[in-house]
Each structure stands twice: as structure tokens, then as C-alpha cells.
Design a protein around this ligand. Structure first.
Ligand code: SF4
Ligand code: SF4
Length: 383
């Protein structure tokens, strides 16, 4: 099983009250190329107004202000100059919901599944109409922030949502790890938040079955309950901050930072820039590019969930030949045997590979097994 050194404890999300700051930088959003614009720009917008629709659902204005559209060689961007206060969190008021009252806010308030972020939450629900199993999981796909305490503080809201689930899916079994079942592991460790892995370990089902199951992790539920019980749109996300020092030591900030969609990270870069010149996004297992903080960055709440500050740029790292140490296959949580992709040791079992990235992260020769896995799957299965 997965060993301790990779345990990075998620931080607890805390409601921090309203923020009154008016930022001096425009909020900047980058619609997908096939996005459908829903406004005639320039236009005055309010928090929660729909701006455009793309495959991951409706994207809403994160603030009050004047929104304009700009076209560049890289694509279009929407810039919003804020001219009003933030709306902050509102208390959740439990109430009985009819089926349609639970579904209607999903699109209107821009919700996505944060366990499968390519789907809007409503389209994800619709694609699971015939499900026979619902998992309300204790971990989000990217479990950098722990939402369970917030959900458990609001068990009455959770109970109301369970009633809706039972009426929407009367035949389905519900595995409720929020208020009923005990978590299968005492402490979270990667990759327990990956839905395929959680399913295989708890239900003993193959990865392919995830397509038939309604799986909702705590961050998805947190945003859904904010929408259902406080009418709050999905316009912000709580993010975790990491710091990678010169000696390779990784530190996690004690608290999370709440960032609105399209918000400039200038305020964080000003604070940490003197010590850290670069940053990367999300987890080390994903191998996102290293960026220069001088170039700035606008946060995308659909794609980004944590920020890693780095003291030095390591893009010069190159691959060395495989030394057949076996670390990749030994540490693969599903025994997919990735070593077979670069040596003659056995066969690679693609049906067991969930692309968690652990093998790539651990390889002492910095071989991108992730790339080889992708190439292998495309060549053999066409996906
Ligand atoms: S082969 Fe690599 S990416 Fe695939 S499951 Fe194993 S460790 Fe994860
Ligand atoms: S971890 Fe890297 S060097 Fe070691 S066997 Fe796997 S691919 Fe080869």
C-alpha cells in the first residue's frame, strides 16, 4: 500500500467572513475557443451574472464591475474592472428541496463536478440517471483542502440533500462517508481522492465502473450546499499554498487562501516574491510547467486548486536512462507495472493505471512515465 512519505495533510477550510478589499487589477477570464458568449461587451456585470458557456458549464462574473472583451493571438479574454465590494459567505439555511429545486441551481450558479472538472455538475448528474450506486466520498480528487469539517457542521443540510438523492435515484444504494460510513483510511494519502482508486479499494470494482456511478467528493458537495442552502454561486475556491525550499524541503501553509475566478495572484507574488521566484500549479504528480512570478497569473477555479512556490527553476531537468531500480512499479498503488514501458520486465497493465503520476514523481532518472503511459494508451486504445 501507499507509504507514509507522500502524506500531505489537507488543511481545514474555515469561513473567514466578508472581504472588503477592492483589488486594483482587473479580473481576467479566458473562455475556451468554442465558448458561447452570453453578453454584449462592454457591459456592467454583477456577481453571479452569466458571462459565457463552455463544455464545463456556465462561467459567472466573480465580481461587480465593468466587463470588456479583448482578442489576442492566444484567444479571447474577458477583463472585469471591479467597482464594488465582494459578497462574502452567507450562512447555510437547511430546507426541504423538491427534485427540480435541487437541480435548477446547478447550472444557474455555475457548479462543476470538482471530481470530474471537465463536466458541469448538472451534466454529470444527467449522465448518471441510471446509476445503481452513489458514493458521497470523504476525499476530493485533489484533496489539498479538507471540507469534511464544514460539511459535518451542517449535517441538517446534508440530510436534506440525501432526501433529494433518494427521490432522484430511488433504486440506487448510497454510500455516505460524510455522515454515516467511516473513512476506509484514518488519514488521507494520495491517491485515495482519485475516484477510480477509491472505488476499487472500497467496492472492489474495476476502474471502468466509475462511468456508471454517481461520485461526489466533499469539495463538490461543499459548493453544491453553498448553492442550494445559501444561493451562493461557484465563483471562488479555497486553495492550498506550498513552498519548496532550496534544499528540496516542502512546506504547506497553515491556512488556505480563498481566490475568486480570474483573480490576479499579484497580492501573493508581492508577499512571497522576495523569497520565491517561480511557481507551479496543483500537485507535483501532475508535472505542470514552472512559471516566473514576474509574468503574473490569473486564477482559474475550474483547473487550479493549489499553488506551489519554488526557489529555483528546474525546467532544465532532463531524462536519464532507466537504471531498473524498480521504484516506479514497486510504488504503483495498483500494480500496473509502469517499469515495463521502459524495460523488458513484464507487461504494462493499462486497465490498472489511473494516471496518478506517482511513478513519474519517484523516478530517479526523471523519466516521464506519464508521457509514455499516454502514448501507450493512445497507440493501443486510441484514448
Ligand atoms: S502506472 Fe504510474 S500513473 Fe499509472 S497507476 Fe501506477 S503509479 Fe499511477
Ligand atoms: S523508477 Fe525510473 S529508473 Fe527506476 S525502474 Fe522505473 S523508470 Fe527505471
Amino acid at each position: 500500500m501507499f507509504s507514509k512519505p507522500f502524506l500531505l495533510q489537507p488543511r481545514t477550510v474555515k469561513e473567514t467572513g466578508n472581504r472588503k478589499t477592492v483589488l486594483d487589477e482587473a479580473y481576467t477570464l479566458f473562455p475556451d475557443r468554442d465558448a458561447l458568449l452570453l453578453k454584449d461587451f462592454p457591459v456592467r456585470v454583477s456577481v453571479g451574472d452569466p458571462l459565457y458557456k463552455q463544455s464545463s458549464g456556465l462561467v459567472l462574473s466573480p465580481v461587480n464591475g465593468i466587463a470588456s472583451l479583448e482578442h489576442t493571438e492566444e484567444g479571447s479574454k474577458i477583463r472585469i474592472v471591479q467597482d464594488g465590494n465582494f459578497i462574502g459567505s452567507k450562512p447555510w439555511i437547511p430546507k426541504v428541496l423538491k427534485k427540480e429545486e435541487a437541480l435548477e441551481p446547478m447550472d444557474r450558479l455555475g457548479l462543476v463536478s470538482l471530481d470530474f472538472p471537465e463536466h458541469s455538475l448538472l451534466s454529470y448528474f444527467k449522465s448518471r440517471q441510471k446509476t445503481s450506486l452513489i458514493i458521497l466520498a470523504p476525499f476530493t480528487r485533489n484533496q489539498d483542502v479538507d471540507y469534511l469539517p464544514e460539511l459535518r457542521k451542517n449535517l441538517e443540510c446534508h440530510a436534506r440533500f440525501l432526501e433529494v438523492l433518494k427521490s432522484l435515484f430511488p433504486e440506487a444504494q448510497i454510500r455516505d462517508y460524510i455522515s454515516g460510513l467511516k473513512s476506509p483510511v484514518k488519514n488521507y494519502a494520495y491517491p485515495w481522492g482519485i475516484p477510480e482508486y477509491f472505488l476499487s479499494q472500497t467496492e472492489k470494482l474495476p476502474f471502468s465502473k466509475i462511468k456508471e456511478i454517481l461520485y461526489l467528493g466533499p469539495e463538490t458537495l461543499y459548493n453544491l450546499y453553498r448553492a442550494l442552502f445559501a444561493d451562493f454561486p461557484f465563483i471562488e475556491r479555497e486553495i492550498a499554498l506550498y513552498f519548496l525550499g532550496k534544499n528540496g524541503g516542502l512546506r504547506k501553509a497553515d491556512s488556505t487562501v480563498r481566490i475568486r475566478n480570474g483573480q490576479s495572484l499579484k497580492f501573493l507574488f508581492e508577499e512571497y516574491g522576495p523569497k520565491y521566484s517561480n511557481f507551479t500549479l496543483n500537485s507535483f504528480y501532475e508535472k505542470n510547467p514552472v512559471r516566473d512570478i514576474k509574468k503574473g497569473f490569473y486564477w482559474d477555479i475550474r483547473q487550479n486548486y493549489s499553488l506551489v512556490f519554488l526557489t529555483k527553476h528546474d525546467s532544465g531537468r532532463r531524462e536519464f536512462p532507466c537504471v531498473e531500480c524498480g521504484e516506479c512499479s514497486y510504488n504503483c498503488p495498483t500494480q500496473a507495472n509502469p517499469m515495463a514501458l521502459v524495460s523488458s520486465f513484464g507487461n504494462f497493465n493499462s486497465s490498472l493505471c489511473m494516471e496518478c503520476g506517482i511513478c513519474t514523481f519517484l523516478c530517479p532518472s526523471t523519466i516521464s512515465l506519464r508521457t509514455r503511459i499516454r502514448t501507450w494508451k493512445e497507440a493501443n486504445h486510441g484514448f
